[in-house]
Ligand binder design. Structure first.
Ligand SMILES: [Fe+2]
Length: 303
């Protein structure tokens, strides 16, 4: 841990890691893509390519070359082969553990922006989860893109860490505080669906990986009452207003997807089709696992 780039005292470890991370930017979109020739049986080289891209940038994009692009089986298979097994069981999840993101007015979901055409602000997934259920891996599969808009913006959370630390290392200290920010309780019709949840923005896992909990939605978050915490939170808010070579912008097309270690992301507003068969539809998997670092042969479950 002493030699971790995330240790504020380990300056040379940080500098070496930082140089390598930043030297890759600006990223080329086509360098992030892996084509899966046969989604019924992705081959080892394809999975290794996804995992290696994730290891470098904490995110990877894929494109299914053929097959049923609306099949959830393919999504489960890709996740599992990449090392994602433990699905989070959140409020709006489907029976199979994935969540179908589409415009809906179903009871209990109407207040959630992911189910509207509105812009979705910068966040990492599951920032309101309890500590033992933090989201480390995320899979977004596009079954149908919108007529217009719905662009994803992505930023490796390790890049956000670097930008903060380079500005003021004390920002990192403030954001690693165990009560750096609190998510108020989720109360619907007088019933507490989820209790208030305090925690750090940045934490380092036992395996030495950086994890980030964050939401740019002001009413979603109560920041710790401390000058450095407020400055660091403002720094991040300003970052979202600016153009940056570290932001990746891409509109997922039907049959494409994102596999990532729960990086920062947001989505622009979109226009949905009037045709029910053409309405925007994404499948989302939230996992307690990170994308595996090496190619391993996993036994497929029934999917
Ligand atoms: Fe998200």
């Amino acid at each position: 841990m002493n030699n971790s780039p995330f240790n504020l005292s380990a300056l040379s470890a940080y500098q070496g890691w930082r140089s390598e991370k930043l030297s890759a930017y600006p990223l080329r979109l086509d360098g992030l893509f892996t084509t899966i020739q046969n989604p019924e049986a992705p081959d080892d080289a394809e999975i290794m390519s996804l995992q290696d891209t994730c290891r470098r940038y904490n995110l990877a994009l894929y494109r299914l070359a053929k097959g049923d692009i609306r099949s959830k089986r393919h999504v489960h298979r890709l996740g599992q082969k990449s090392g994602l097994f433990r699905l989070d069981n959140n409020l709006c999840v489907d029976e199979d553990g994935l969540t179908s993101l589409h415009v809906t007015t179903h009871a209990g979901q109407h207040d959630y922006i992911p189910y509207t055409t509105k812009q979705l602000s910068w966040h990492t997934d599951g920032y309101y989860n309890v500590p033992e259920e933090q989201i480390h891996g995320l899979l977004l599969h596009c079954a149908q893109h919108a007529i217009e808009g719905g662009e994803s913006w992505l930023m490796d959370h390790e890049i956000a860490y670097i930008l903060l630390r380079d500005t003021n290392p004390q920002y990192i200290e403030a954001l690693m505080h165990p009560e750096a920010f609190t998510i108020p309780a989720n109360i619907l019709n007088g019933e507490t669906i989820r209790a208030a949840q305090s925690g750090p923005v940045f934490s380092v896992t036992a395996a030495g990986n950086l994890h980030m909990r964050y939401s740019a939605r002001q009413r979603n978050v109560q920041w710790r009452d401390d000058p450095l915490t407020r400055e660091a939170a403002d720094f991040l808010l300003n970052l979202w207003q600016q153009d940056s070579p570290y932001k990746i912008r891409y509109t997922l097309q039907a049959g494409e997807g994102l596999l990532c270690n729960n990086v920062l992301h947001c989505r622009t507003s979109f226009k949905d089709s009037d045709d029910p068969a053409q309405k925007r539809l994404l499948y989302r998997g939230r996992y307690y696992d990170r994308v595996a670092n090496t190619n391993m042969t996993f036994q497929e479950t029934t999917c």
